[in-house]
Design a protein around this ligand. Sequence first.
Ligand code: C5P
Length: 235
Amino acid sequence: MRVGAIVAAAGSGERFGRPGGKQLAPLAGATVLEHTVRAVAASERVEGVVVVANLDHVDAIAGLLAGEPKVVSVVAGGATRQESVARALDALPPEVEVVVVHDGARPLVTPELLEAVLVELDESVDAVIVGYPCFDTVKSVGPDGLVVRTEDRGRLWLVQTPQAFWARALRAAFERAQCSGVTATDDAAVVEADGGRVRVVRGPRDNIKITVPEDLAIAEAVLQVRGLARGGGAR
Ligand code: C5P
């Protein structure tokens, strides 16, 4: 199967509070986004990568990734993640059969994790996503700060990216979502709203999304441990 990847990196980074946002923050000798793109491109199955960047950073990011041979284009994103991914879908070559979407802000992804998702994508499902069971107790809290109810955590999973889709299912779901006004915070939810079948495979808890500055220290530590485990320095 022909696999194309989308790296969604067009967020405003408001919660991060740094000019240039979290994608361009330094991490272990490179930027967050370089780690992410290199890890995605290191998957042998991925033929090309489309990166979606904030309009203000398209040129800077295109320059940063100029040496990455698998990056086919850097396109400007939209106001929402869904809009950004829709634009990247338009930029992917039509012959792509499988689309892997990954958050630019998850630099700890590995080619092995991409493989774990891709290997589970068969004709019985429309998508395969990665996540892990919720170990903490989850409560719904009202705007007044009072607990409304305690959720049944036995049924809850926290999901991440990478998320792999049959391209035709993802494209169809995005088109119908645009007509019907469906909005979602991950791409699998767009496919779910379209009646699609989504399988979840268990992934590692360290595939964190850099959201606030303290997350960088966690990411640095994980990369260092991985480097030591391989008997070398951090990646
Ligand atoms: O907002 P959230 O943390 O869920 O964003 C997840 C990923 O989606 C981030 O890597 C962010 O850069 C990307 N994103 C995007 N376009 C937007 C908003 C978020 O590509 N408009």
